[in-house]
Design a protein around this ligand. Structure first.
Ligand SMILES: Nc1ncnc2c1ncn2[C@@H]1O[C@H](COP(=O)(O)OP(=O)(O)OP(=O)(O)O)[C@@H](O)[C@H]1O
Ligand SMILES: [Mg+2]
Length: 580
């Protein structure tokens, strides 16, 4: 994974305390937690008072009420502090999710493809949830528990310091054992989250090919493959669970050892009168109270390790470089006399596999330019290079007189309307789909006019809620309708250059004719580049470029190419044959 060293990594502290309100909430949570801890610490001392007072024959009402108050205060304080922290944690997660999603949408298409959509989804759902534990435990509970342990030991030392040494010794031995376990927890959580990512990716990929799987009656085979991935998740999760399940018993063992040692040596000290009964009672209560924060420290460290492993996976996404903006130089002035698009000896390879070689051609400012050629020749790749989804490995592409690398992405993509071969629809209303990329809303009359132009108005009006129908789940469009939606979107843009990849592949001849008229109208004052297999769509183009094996073999008008290019003649002959 190529990473960007200048990237802003997730900083839990900063992310958690963004804004004054967050800092106030955090302060309140800390104060409430401190109050709860202090009240909890005071309780045994007050119990000691109750016992002393009773043995002196005095009243126990006041100290008993105080014991109750301390217990109540401790409970209420820790509940309120827990809730405040949960809110802060959720706020932080909300911001982190937004940030990671926004970053992912700005990554180059090839990066997203190689990461996998499912894996990305797993990161902002399951990894982000694990990260939440860092807030709960790492930021307050852990330090507070450590503080509680320290204070408790201090108070215990005032009662009997020798017994404190016995206690601390037992817990230190348990602590060393737990530290070893924690190292493994972080590693196995990272493995577990990676396996979850792979499973999510596989499941997403299978769902998006669902019709193909069903058509081949391959559901069981697909389910078995997914089952293997689920088993991999189970194996890694079990490894993590095995390690985590050791933490509490090891700490429990430490407590048992401490309890036995303290009771034994305490008994001797009681007999030797170095220790009084109320002090011993209070000491034992403190010892029991020590278990809770000690356990919080041990299990909290486990969750912290898991959260940190998750944070690393989110940071990996944030470290991926976004699509870069070109450095706009003063020399890069747009010349009016230049062609709209110039390919100058362009080479390109997908993952080291060469696809374009020395590809050179020119697209004039106005008029219809067609790219034709056999399947896999590199036509779609050329269009993708114009909108800078990828970069040429050699040569240059100039758009409106300026090297494509020198445009800012905003400027470049604002000037180009690109309709790819997928005719992607977003899950959203028809209106939302048409409005894509536009900040000012279109009024209904412009939307209906455009839908009429591409011959889609009746189909949209027939949908249950017209323009407000949500597309993508229960209401979908046919291939040809999608194609016309994509065209409508391009018509609504005010781009100077329009790139169409196979815009008529799924249209009937009536719609194809209608579309040709639309293209001609557009080409009167804009640059229109169209990739098409069907020569009927493009043979009237002003300029045709023949691409074969990643290079331009000929260019000119239909007539000129018939004379010059044997491959073009072959293409025409084969289609005449097919249609005749
Ligand atoms: N994302 C990708 N990763 C790797 N190789 C790719 C990718 N997209 C296309 N290719 C390869 O690049 C070559 C050119 O593909 P391209 O899509 O540009 O062809 P095309 O001329 O548009 O073909 P068609 O007419 O079938 O749409 C093909 O050999 C294809 O296998
Ligand atoms: Mg293509």
């Amino acid at each position: 994974m190529r990473t960007d060293p200048t990237v802003q990594h997730l900083r839990i502290g900063q992310d958690l305390l963004r804004g004054r309100r967050a800092r106030r909430k955090f302060a309140a949570a800390v104060i409430l937690a401190l109050v709860a801890t202090a009240a909890g610490l005071a309780a045994p001392l007050l119990v000691k008072e109750v016992i002393s007072s009773y043995s002196r024959g005095g009243s126990i009402t006041a100290p008993a009420v105080l014991v109750g108050g301390a217990a109540l205060g401790s409970t209420a304080g820790s509940a309120a502090s827990g809730y405040l922290l949960a809110r802060l944690g959720e706020d932080m997660l909300f911001r982190i999710r937004q940030r990671v999603m926004a970053h992912a949408l700005r990554l180059p298409v090839s990066t997203v493809r190689s990461l996998g959509t499912g894996d990305l989804v797993a990161r902002i759902t399951s990894d982000a949830m694990l990260l939440r534990a860092v807030v709960d435990t790492g930021v307050v509970q852990l330090p507070l528990a450590a503080l509680t342990v320290a204070f408790t030991l201090l108070v215990m030392a005032t009662l009997d310091w020798i017994l404190v040494l016995v206690t601390a010794g037992s817990f230190v031995v348990a602590g060393i054992a737990v530290a070893f376990v924690l190292k493994g927890v972080r590693r196995s959580t990272a493995d577990q989250q990676e396996a979850v990512g792979v499973l999510a990716q596989q499941f997403t990929a299978h769902l998006s090919a669902l019709t193909t799987i069903k058509a081949h009656r391959s559901e069981q085979h697909a389910a078995d493959r997914l089952g293997d991935e689920a088993a991999a998740v189970q194996a890694t999760s079990l490894r993590a669970a095995r390690l985590e399940s050791l933490i509490a018993p090891v700490m429990g063992l430490g407590q048992q050892v401490a309890l036995v040692s303290v009771i034994t040596s305490g008994g001797f000290r009681l007999a030797g009168t170095q220790l009084t009964t109320p002090d011993f009672a209070a000491f034992l209560l403190y010892l029991l109270q020590l278990v809770q924060p000690a356990l919080v420290i041990a299990t909290g460290m486990g969750r912290l390790q898991a959260g940190l492993a998750a944070r690393a996976r989110l940071n990996d996404v944030l470290a991926l470089p976004q699509e870069g903006d070109g450095a706009v130089t003063a020399a890069a002035v747009q010349r009016q006399d230049e062609a709209a698009i110039v390919f100058d000896k362009v080479a390109f390879a997908y993952a080291g596999e060469p696809v374009l070689h020395h590809l050179s051609f020119t697209v004039p400012r106005t008029g219809l330019t067609a790219l034709v050629g056999p399947s896999g020749a590199g036509k779609s790749t050329s269009l993708a290079l114009i909108v800078r989804f990828m970069h040429p490995t050699e040569g240059t592409i100039r758009v409106l007189g300026r090297d494509v690398r020198e445009w800012t992405l905003d400027e470049l993509r604002h000037r180009i309307a690109y309709v790819d071969q997928q005719f992607g629809l977003l899950e959203g209303t028809v209106r939302h789909n048409l409005q894509l990329g536009r900040h000012q809303p279109f009024d209904d009359s412009s939307l209906t006019a455009v839908l009429e132009t591409v011959g889609l108005l009746e189909d949209i009006q027939a949908l249950p809620h017209g323009l407000e129908t949500v597309l993508g789940r229960d209401n979908d469009l046919s291939g040809g309708q999608r194609q016309r939606m994509a065209l409508a979107r391009a018509l609504l843009s005010d781009a100077e250059i329009i790139l169409f990849d196979e815009p008529t592949s799924q249209l009937d001849s009536i719609n194809e004719k209608r579309l040709r008229a639309v293209m001609d109208r557009l080409a009167a004052d804009r640059t229109v580049v169209i990739v098409a297999h069907r020569l009927s769509t493009v043979q009237h183009a002003h300029h045709i470029v023949m691409i074969a094996d990643g290079t331009a073999t000929a260019s000119g008008t239909h007539r000129e190419l018939l004379d010059r290019s044997p491959l073009y003649r072959e293409l025409v002959a084969s289609q005449a044959l097919a249609s005749g």
